[in-house]
Design a protein around this ligand. Sequence first.
Ligand code: SAH
Ligand code: MG
Length: 210
Amino acid sequence: MNDAPAPAIDPDTVKGFLDPDEGRALAADAITLVSGGACVEIGSYCGKSSLYIGSALKAVGGRLFAVDHHRGSEENQPGWEYHDAELWDDEAGAMDTLPHLRRTLRRAGLEETVIPVVGRSAAIADVWRAPISFLFIDGGHTMEAALNDYRLWTPHIIPGGILAIHDVFPNPADGGRPPFEIYELAKASGLYEDLGLTKTLARLRRIGAV
Ligand code: SAH
Ligand code: MG
């Protein structure tokens, strides 16, 4: 699990919400699956998770499609708990994390490996047709956003592929429910083998002949 290539730059120099153990688990999954289908991340923010996954994929010639509208989730908006005023674009009157993602990718030498796909997850899912071998859901945490990500993206996961979900809190006192709810849906679907939790990162493997 810890044999994936390390992040190309210090992850502490990138704003974001990912524990190093979670980052290493994502990197390890992504490299073992690179040949089977596309690797997709929903929710990149400034590129912390993209850095872990992308650094691992670069070593094996893989690519990561990094989906985000870059306007921030609810909890990133002004007045909310996870707002960061440095990510505010005055002219747009909105959050803009895209320049920060691009800067992370450039600094890490990952511009050819991580491909930002800028837009609403559901709008991109509408036209997405490629099989997916690795899907990391870390986008909006409203029930609507989490359910959309689960329902619109997971049907593309191929047998043997990994579904990873961030911010899963089995105890409601620790955090919001939607990521936990879609984890429960995935388990109840009978389509996945549950690989359990690494901190708040849930991992499941799609059942079926590889
Ligand atoms: N993976 C990142 C953290 C992601 S934070 C890290 O490692 O630090 C969640 C991100 O999801 C935010 O950047 C927000 O803009 C994005 N997001 C929220 N709802 C979205 C939606 N419906 N479509 C696309 N992106 C969305
Ligand atoms: Mg998260």
